[in-house]
Design a protein around this ligand. Structure first.
Ligand code: NAP
Length: 204
């Protein structure tokens, strides 16, 4: 199988993420895309952020209707910061123990900004060996050149990525609408759990 791993905090997941995953699936002929929400983010300020379990729940709800999309708990269940080298190792083991074998072609998909930092991540050589890297970004966005080997990295421009999680959190905080920017189920969970400063946006 050709397997995409969509790594991100998904705080919250939005329609831009879903379009990006769908574009990557089409571009690289992926059989499935596994969304992997990061574990608790120790480096991000907690008052503006949703707990890992709620981010996981939002990701499950957002992806439920697409048969190509799956969600894994590997990064949620592992303690400590999320390192991509661990994500890929644990997912490979998860598929193998689920009877799907180990012989797959892997693609790690994430925001191009995040990917630009990869040489500073833990074990970049092992990540590049384990997966083809796919950076998704909005059109016209200029990227710093991280000096990555060209054959192992691709960039995809996705117009829907003008939607961002940062903007959605600000909208909720300020009482502006998030309808059509996130799936309805995600808007409902944001309201139900009073996420992002506990101020619920106007009717989503
Ligand atoms: P981030 O710094 O919160 O996000 C950076 C930018 O990338 C934001 O503009 C974000 O937009 C975008 N982005 C993030 N994930 C995306 C996705 N799947 N699709 C489209 N855009 C995305 O990055 P993060 O979410 O914490 O981390 C992204 C991934 O990189 C995770 O899987 C994480 O584990 C991995 N990572 C690994 C290491 C390491 O191994 N040392 C270090 C850092 C990150 P939105 O806010 O709209 O999503």
């Amino acid at each position: 199988m050709r397997i995409g791993v969509m790594g991100g905090s998904f705080d919250p997941i939005h329609n831009g993420h879903l379009v990006a995953a769908s574009e990557a699936a089409h571009r690289f002929g992926l059989d499935r895309v596994i969304f992997s929400p990061t574990g608790e983010a120790y480096h991000k300020s907690a008052d503006d952020r949703a707990p890992a379990e709620v981010r996981y729940l939002m990701t499950v709800v957002a992806t439920a209707s697409d048969p190509r999309f799956h969600v894994t708990r590997v990064d949620i269940d592992r303690t400590g910061p999320t390192f991509t080298v661990d994500t890929l190792r644990d997912l490979r083991a998860e598929l193998e123990s689920g009877g799907l074998g180990a012989d797959h072609e892997w693609f790690f998909i994430t925001g191009a900004d995040a990917l630009a930092e990869i040489l500073g991540w833990r074990d970049p050589d092992r990540i590049l060996e384990a997966a083809h890297l796919v950076g998704v970004t909005r059109p016209g966005h200029r990227l710093a050149d991280p000096g990555l080997p060209s054959g192992r990295v691709s960039l995809i421009e996705v117009p829907a990525l003008s939607i961002s999680s940062t903007d959605i959190r600000a909208r909720v905080r300020e009482g502006r609408p998030i309808r059509y920017l996130v799936p309805t189920g995600v808007a409902n969970l944001i309201a139900k759990h009073r996420l992002y400063h506990g101020v619920v946006g106007s009717p989503a």
